[in-house]
Design a protein around this ligand. Structure first.
Ligand code: SF4
Ligand code: SF4
Length: 430
């Protein structure tokens, strides 16, 4: 693991601020790991309220999506998508009233405590919750393991540079996160619970330690390093066990959820609130006022950037997510989706743009790969179209942390090549 420049000072002391109500939102049908939603519940011209179910499915991995503002559905068409380039989205023209669905009434402590594991999972599913750390795996599936769970880990590491929205949630919503964690333990019934936080977040550590004490949950303080917050790395740090190659945390009796996901679980259960907004860090040295914003899903990225401006430098690259694992955006028209933890504007110096050259066999990528892979060798196999060889070299264990590309003196786009090759391998096996 590697110590990176953090750049968290830009927003770590900025409380989460409500973003301005967008006048129009674009809700993509693909905001989860899986296929786009195919059962669309609205049509152009329909009136919707905040929280109205817009689309769902009845097969495969999916999580439903909901309206994030009240207004009228205008179109259902292809629109810029921050991950896949273009994807079908439901556009809603706001009426400025921000009216909520009437069924979004709070539940009492007693009502929440009386819910069975199955009832909780149904609520979480219907709220459309996915992994908000960026993985976007449907949460209700992750809460339905096929074998008993020994350990549950709340992941508050937030190891990506710039991002501070999880940190702010832990500081500002500690009680709610603990309630969300209690709900998760009511479902999974693990033997032990851990809260993993990097040591660059002392205030969050203190707050979580105070609250975790009464449940006997352990707060594990991690050294600040990248990619300390990767699921497999957090598991190793908390319980000392490695997830074997080709296996999932489920297989060794562990479930990990991100802080924002657990907070969304709290909101779904206690407030009957579907996932229609999330905290997003909007940062980078190009912005005069970097912020943590509570943004409605579907808000165009340019609207949020406008609320953190003016631009003090021309951005060379706009990234959705953190700078290491995030995705470069070709347009500012794309919307915030459930997996959007950050919008980062990098200037010319930060972007370190440089031509890709030959591998000089320096070994940096091998020495620092957190999964113990040989990224240079994998990239070579991919370049020769030898995907079977790349598989033998362990390509499917790559967590796409981006360290190899970041450290490579020849600026080789190793992680991009790996991501594309993994998709091809998965497609070939379907
Ligand atoms: S090969 Fe994958 S896991 Fe290893 S450093 Fe590169 S991106 Fe990270
Ligand atoms: S870091 Fe780059 S130059 Fe060094 S061995 Fe890996 S691929 Fe080659």
């Amino acid at each position: 693991m590697v110590k990176l420049e953090e750049h968290k000072h830009l927003t770590e002391n900025k409380p989460i601020e409500k973003a301005e109500l967008p006048s129009k939102v674009f809700i993509p049908l693909l905001q989860h790991l899986g296929k786009p939603l195919d059962l669309i519940k609205v049509k152009a011209g329909d009136d919707v309220k905040r929280g109205t179910l817009l689309a769902t499915s009845d097969k495969g991995l999916f999580a439903p999506v909901h309206a994030s503002i009240s207004g009228k559905v205008t179109t259902i068409a292809d629109y810029p998508h921050p991950v896949s380039g273009f994807a079908r989205a439901i556009a809603i023209e706001g009426d400025g009233k921000d009216e909520a669905c009437p069924d979004m009434a709070p539940r009492s402590e007693e009502e929440a405590a009386a819910l069975t594991a199955d009832a909780l999972k149904k609520i979480i599913f219907e709220a459309g919750i996915v992994g908000l750390g960026g993985a976007t795996f449907p949460t209700h599936i992750k809460l339905s393991p096929s074998k008993p769970i020994e350990d549950f880990i709340l992941n508050g590491a937030e190891c990506e540079p710039y991002l501070t929205c999880d940190y702010r949630l832990m500081v500002e919503r500690a009680d709610e996160i603990i309630k969300g964690m209690k709900l998760v333990t009511n479902i999974l019934k693990p033997r032990s619970c851990y809260i993993a936080i990097e040591d660059n977040k002392p205030e969050a550590i203190k707050l979580m330690q105070e609250r975790a004490r009464m449940f006997n949950w352990e707060v594990v303080v991690l050294a600040t390093a990248y990619p300390q917050g990767g699921e497999k790395q957090v598991i190793k740090s908390c319980i000392g066990t490695e997830v074997p190659s080709g296996k999932l945390p489920f297989d060794i009796g562990v479930v990990v959820h991100n802080v924002a996901t657990v907070y969304a679980i709290y909101e779904a259960v206690y407030l009957k609130k579907p996932l229609y907004e999330r905290a997003v860090t909007v940062s980078g040295s190009c912005l005069a006022n970097p912020k943590n914003l509570l943004a409605r899903i579907g808000t165009p990225v340019k609207d949020l950037i406008g609320q953190c401006g003016p631009l003090v430098k021309e951005p060379k690259k706009i990234i959705m997510g953190g700078p290491m694992m995030g995705i470069a955006q070709y347009t500012m028209d794309g919307p915030v989706i459930k997996g959007t933890s950050g919008i980062i504007l990098l200037d010319e110096i930060q972007e370190r743009e440089q031509e890709e050259t030959f591998c000089v066999r320096c070994g940096e990528c091998v020495q620092n790969c957190p999964m113990g892979l040989n990224p240079g060798l994998i990239a070579l196999a991919i370049s020769k179209d030898k995907l079977e060889l790349a598989e033998e070299y362990g390509i499917m264990d790559c967590i796409e942390c981006g360290l190899c590309a970041y450290l490579c003196p020849s600026r080789r786009n190793i992680v991009q090549a790996i991501k594309a090759a993994k998709l091809r391998i998965r497609d070939a096996k379907k």
